[in-house]
Design a protein around this ligand. Sequence first.
Ligand code: F6P
Length: 386
Amino acid sequence: MAISRKRIGILTGGGDCPGLNAVIRAVVKTAHHDYGMDVIGFKDGYEGIIENRYMHIDPKSVSGLLSKGGTILGTSNRADPFNFPVLQGDEYVYLDRSSQAVLNFESLGLDALICIGGDGTMNATAGMEDKGLPVIGVPKTIDNDLVGTDVTFGFDSAVVTATDAIDKIHTTAQSHHRVMIIEVMGRYAGWIALHSGMAGGGDIILIPEIPYDINCVCEKIRDRTAQGKNFSIVVVGEGAKPIGGDMVVAKVIENSPDKIRLGGISHQLAAQIEGITNIECRVTILGHLLRGGAPSAFDRILATRFGVEAVHMVAREDFGQLVVLKNNQLSQVAIQSVSGKQRLVDYDHPIVKTALSLGICLGHPEDISLEEYCNAIVPSNKIKFE
Ligand code: F6P
């Protein structure tokens, strides 16, 4: 009697990042090689499963994918199946389409759904698990802000791109004796700013978790000038804000589950620095550049490890789990336990301590400890986020 082959569905949700195709490739190769399973890819994240748009992916069709940026499946950061935007006339109405997604999953005879995404996708995936879907999560985002894992794929590539940009800006900063401000993505988390700022030799790094004191920033620039270093590199996360101030919102996208798009704090910062120090500033906002291009070698390997393990989890029927990396070992945590949370930078994180020992200014006065400053300014920073 012929035994029917198992079928895995796969989707990529949220903002794209380098490494998505590497996961798809690893899933397809492992499914075929180790288990003889078939793979169906839903197009444009949860939109595809709701609207029944999909493609069959076989090992031949993933050839050459390892180094390709983006996702061959397409993605969407608006497709929440429980609050799905549908245009009626000129207006969006929001409908619960999760039951339609379940119906489509069942009619395709699928045995599991692998969802590759960040916090928005994992929130939706936790809801789909509640509806009985056998789901498995793979952690993706350049922001590195997903709880449960030490690192998400996409982050390293974003840091590599940002570091390369900072290196290039460094030379022109030196030539013109300017303050150069480089703004990087990362939403409410400062991981990209902190890592690329360190790797690029930034003098001042401003992150959302530590509201900055503009006078301390200017003091650092003046100190450098006094030491004969007549240029400064400031790396700022898009979610950074001054003490008592707000994050700069670039756009509000009504039909997106997370409506706020940040961006533009660097212009505010440049105006303040020029006003106080009289030193010329220039701004570079790296934006979506950080999401593009080929994945770094680190991300290719991480994405591949995640993809392979996700298929082993399907075989073991470890549903409702997110594959994660802890101390360089693959592990898994319940998707429900990461849903609705964010992994932010703590003031006592080792990388923060390293930055302080180097004399990098994180926007606080040097005569009080960062711990005292954070506890006074941001009481919520007392709480560990994970
Ligand atoms: O979450 C990834 C990310 O690139 C954030 O760093 C950024 O704030 C946001 O997505 C931008 O979203 P969009 O592509 O919708 O502009």
